[in-house]
Write a protein that binds this ligand. Structure first.
Ligand code: TYD
Length: 211
């Protein structure tokens, strides 16, 4: 096991992860930790180029999944694994659960192919399978998320999807949690920002990761 902490953040568009990810980065820094703050798809020059394509260019679900996993491989090798080896706290806005939720459940793409890609891409040099230590899942009703997103900005290929798509994505997250419940912390995101923050902070305090 690498010495650092690998923490990912998930939820449908509009669930409101961003504020809490930056607040956690500050909390870990205040506790004397080195924080690597990053996101997917993205996090390296190559992966950020792939992100622009995935979010904007029309393509089928296999191409979409391959580009996302290619971005993930580069991100793991260049950023995440070196940061964990240094002992950093890695806070990553989305990771492979998003691929199962969006490409798998949302788009209806073959989950067995995603499982194969997950095993290939998340094998590190010594052949251990890299998974987050913790995934914070901001769980929000898709209708409520749509209200929060309405008129916010020009939607990308995912944000432009109808509410039914996000209902499937939300189910995809629930399925991933059920398959690996110990990795997930489910946060009730339909509360005030302050209440959500208290819940998020509580998870980290109970794990002994923050004072
Ligand atoms: P998001 O993380 O919401 O960033 P921003 O806050 O800048 O909008 O946007 C990333 C989008 O990419 C989001 O709609 C989900 C989608 N996505 C996938 O479809 N599959 C994936 O594996 C990942 C990581 C993201």
């Amino acid at each position: 096991m690498k010495p650092g902490l690998f923490i990912t953040f998930e939820g449908i568009d509009g669930a409101g992860k961003s504020t809490h990810i930056s607040a956690l980065a500050s909390a870990f820094q205040a506790a004397g930790k080195n924080v690597t703050l990053t996101r997917e798809p993205g996090g390296t020059p190559l992966a950020e180029k792939l992100r622009v394509m995935v979010l904007n260019d029309a393509m089928d679900s296999l191409s979409e999944s391959l580009l996302i996993f290619a971005a993930r491989r580069d991100h793991l090798n260049a950023v995440i694994l070196p940061a964990l080896a240094r002992g950093d706290v890695v806070l990553c806005d989305r990771f492979t659960d998003a691929t199962f939720a969006y490409q798998g459940s949302g788009r209806g793409f073959d989950l067995r192919i995603l499982q194969t890609l997950e095993r290939w891409v998340q094998a590190s040099a010594d052949n251990t399978f890299v998974q987050p230590h913790l995934t914070v899942w901001f769980d929000l009703n898709p209708a409520e998320a749509a209200k929060r997103l309405a008129g916010a900005r020009l939607p990308d290929r995912f944000e432009a999807q109808p509410v039914e798509f996000f209902t499937r994505v939300a189910q995809g997250y629930a399925d991933r949690q059920q398959a690996d419940p110990n990795r997930f912390a489910q946060i009730e995101a339909a509360q005030s920002v302050e209440r959500v923050w208290q819940d998020v902070l509580g998870v980290f305090i109970r794990k002994g990761w923050l004072p």
